[in-house]
Design a protein around this ligand. Sequence first.
Ligand SMILES: NC(=O)c1ccc[n+]([C@@H]2O[C@H](COP(=O)([O-])OP(=O)(O)OC[C@H]3O[C@@H](n4cnc5c(N)ncnc54)[C@H](OP(=O)(O)O)[C@@H]3O)[C@@H](O)[C@H]2O)c1
Length: 320
Amino acid sequence: MNSAIRKYWPQYKWSNVFAMINNMKRHPRRNTEPFGDKLVVITGATTGIGYYTARKYAAMGAHLIMVNRNPEKSELVRREIAEEFGTPTEYVIADLALLTDIQRVGQYILSLEKPIDVLIHNAGVHIESRKETPEGLEVNFVLHYLCPLIITRMLMPKYQRDRTGRIIFVSSEAYRFAVWGLELEDLQWKRRRYSGVKAYGAGKLAQILSMHILAGELAPYNITINAMHPGMVRTESGKDNGRLYQWYKKNIIDKYSNSPEVSAEALYYLGASPKVTHTSDVFFHLTTEEELAPPARDLEAAEALWKRTRELFHEKGVAL
Ligand SMILES: NC(=O)c1ccc[n+]([C@@H]2O[C@H](COP(=O)([O-])OP(=O)(O)OC[C@H]3O[C@@H](n4cnc5c(N)ncnc54)[C@H](OP(=O)(O)O)[C@@H]3O)[C@@H](O)[C@H]2O)c1
């Protein structure tokens, strides 16, 4: 950790923090052009940002595939969208914290005939205490980092064939909580005291670092990949946390938060606007390009994480 402090401390700039604060005051740019009968795949669309984003794309004419874990909620959203907008909407049920489900979803999307015009990796959680999946992996790490990475890499043959598409990671400014980067020898939070905020930040940082690697792999096929902070918005995030958190969320966080419709507007712009057709490997605060904090633009760290992740895939039998 000391070496990380020595590495990143000189690179930290107040101007970077002030830029983020300024960006918090901006409204997202809007794209008013229809989406047409193109395909959008979105994870975690039962509620919150995913739900409003699914509605936004459907309202603009998109064909939707949602990847959700709850069948009842999924059916309600599907029916609501079909009745209100008349657009084709399907869903796949998967627990995206499980490698087996993630790979099943990847296989299914890979088998689709239609190109995936926009793939939005949105599903996420904010949990206070460490949770391990039955496969022995920490939930934050799988959901925010491994899941988008595995699905995106599984789709490579499709992207090579289709040569069109945009990928968006719903990220978070909370990646900044991983102030000194990732602990490569303890990505699963087994050795350190668990902090919900830090583990969330680390998952989002790992996701951004993987974006740098994926952007290079996708560039020859005309596929863009970007990460975005969706604003601070009122959603069900943290719904399973304790009473103190619920009080804090209700009385503090939600009071200062926007409607997730703001995030949906930004996600539509990033997925559909001609102004960002060729933009890749960029972090957006809603729709404003923002310079990343030092640990998130560290390409050596991205390579090291990728190497460690490949070892993990080998251990867990994930063939990529
Ligand atoms: N809200 C904010 O202010 C904020 C700020 C920055 C970033 N974000 C990011 O925005 C994204 C969406 O969050 P949100 O605020 O809209 O939260 P939310 O209201 O809790 O929605 C989260 C979505 O993810 C799904 N999900 C959670 N765990 C899953 C799993 N294991 N498998 C499949 N789906 C799963 C949820 O499904 P269920 O309905 O089944 O629970 C739900 O559809 C997350 O990536 C979050 O980190 C949010």
